[in-house]
Write a protein that binds this ligand. Structure first.
Ligand code: PLP
Length: 389
């Protein structure tokens, strides 16, 4: 489809005319389909084999958004990440991964990956000169995040791709925080893109889903593995994700603009020690983010001068929901040490630069002034926590 991204969000993957004239693709709540002479097991129409009409339409939309040949939706972001990694790195082989990652991915790599017969080494992405020393003869892939969770670091992604090419590695990237609105990794040479669609792509905090996007050949290998592992998305969740995707651009651009205002407010506040947001000129990631991304995203994190007051501050706010996860229309606030990164030990968090008092904020669609006024009040009241209405 030769249209621009905003148009493709609405029209890519849509059957025209729709079934029985329906404008919106209905939910095909059928586990199986009549046998139509398929000769390959993976082509039998069955929800677990990821090929219901709801899956097919979503795959086309997602592939179109990332400029890819193929896409696959999965039962969660972790299903996408683990299946894509297992399909790319074989038994006895080695993976290079960014040191500071989403906690679930980090814990998978440190706890489960060795049991699955694979090894991994973590890289300091800010020091490209140190990467080659981590290579082994069995290194097959490199795995990074576009904007890292929870410190919102943006590294030199072109250099990651160049390193992968130089050493014959598959380059995988988790594009959850940027989404195709802010960055399309395949255009820059990455081989496989993974998403937690639970976050911005769906955007309404009402499903868990994931996606893998890339060339037909690479995605086919992931599909066949997922068909056996069974982490398939239900058609009803496909329908909700499909609906959520259509408003991704307007939601994310608006949330990104609000995040910038909130980041500026927090940066000048005397109770705040440090704000991690690539949109701020003070961020070490600012120049790389400006050069590589189309937007800075709507996630930020910050540290208080008195980090032990982090929980009280979060409880004293009225608007953001104190909850893990991110990317919804409502602002969400959490302390990663207790939620998204609680699977890491204190030492692992320290090594990754994650302060125990770090607060992570997913900026929603509320009025920016209401948010900053709420935060200002919480800074004043956090010595006597209020109950959230
Ligand atoms: N990737 C990132 C960057 C995340 O933040 C998360 C969850 O928070 C995941 C992947 C995992 O996604 P899911 O919870 O949909 O399995």
């Amino acid at each position: 489809m030769g249209y621009r991204l905003d148009t493709r969000l609405i029209h890519a993957g849509e059957a025209r005319p729709g079934k029985d004239g329906a404008v919106v693709l209905p939910i095909y709540q059928s586990a199986n389909y009549e046998f139509a002479g398929e000769s390959d097991y993976n082509d039998l129409k069955y929800i677990r084999l990821n090929n219901s009409p709801n899956h097919v339409a979503l795959h086309q939309k997602l592939a179109s958004l990332e400029g890819a040949e193929a896409a696959l939706v999965t039962a969660s972001g972790m299903a996408a990440i683990t299946t894509a990694l297992l399909a790319s790195v074989g038994h006895g082989e080695h993976l290079l991964a960014q040191g500071c990652l989403y906690g679930g991915t980090h814990t998978f790599l440190t706890h489960d990956w060795p049991d699955l017969g694979r090894t991994a080494s973590f890289l300091d992405l800010s020091r490209p000169e140190s990467w080659a020393a981590r290579l082994t003869p069995s290194t097959r892939a490199i795995y990074v995040e576009t904007i890292s969770n929870p410190l919102m670091q943006v590294h030199d992604l072109a250099q990651v791709v160049q390193f992968a090419r130089q050493h014959g590695l598959v380059a995988l990237i988790d594009n959850t925080f940027a989404t195709p609105i802010h960055y399309r990794p395949l255009e820059h040479g990455f081989d496989l893109v993974v998403h937690s669609c639970t976050k911005y792509l769906n955007g309404h905090s009402d499903i868990v889903a994931g996606a893998v996007v890339g060339s037909s050949e690479r995605v086919r290998r992931v599909v066949h593995l997922l068909n056996h592992l069974g982490g398939s998305l239900d058609p009803h969740a496909c329908f909700l994700l499909h609906r959520g995707l259509k408003t991704l651009a307007v939601r994310l651009r608006h949330q990104t603009a609000t995040a910038m205002e909130v980041a500026r407010f927090l940066e000048q506040h005397p109770a705040v020690k440090k704000v991690h947001y690539p949109g701020l000129p003070s961020s070490p990631s600012h120049q790389l983010a400006q050069r590589q991304l189309d937007g800075f995203g709507a996630m930020l994190s910050f540290e208080l001068l008195e980090p032990e007051r982090a929980d009280a501050w979060m409880q004293a706010t009225h608007l953001p929901v104190v909850a893990a996860s991110l990317g919804g229309v409502e602002s969400l606030v959490t302390r990663p040490a207790t939620t998204s990164h609680s699977g890491l030990t204190v030492d692992e968090r320290r090594a990754a630069g994650i302060d125990e008092g770090l607060i992570r904020l997913s900026v929603g669609l509320e009025d920016p002034q209401d948010l900053t006024e709420d935060f200002q009040a919480a800074f004043q009241l956090d010595r006597q926590p209020l109950s959230v209405p």
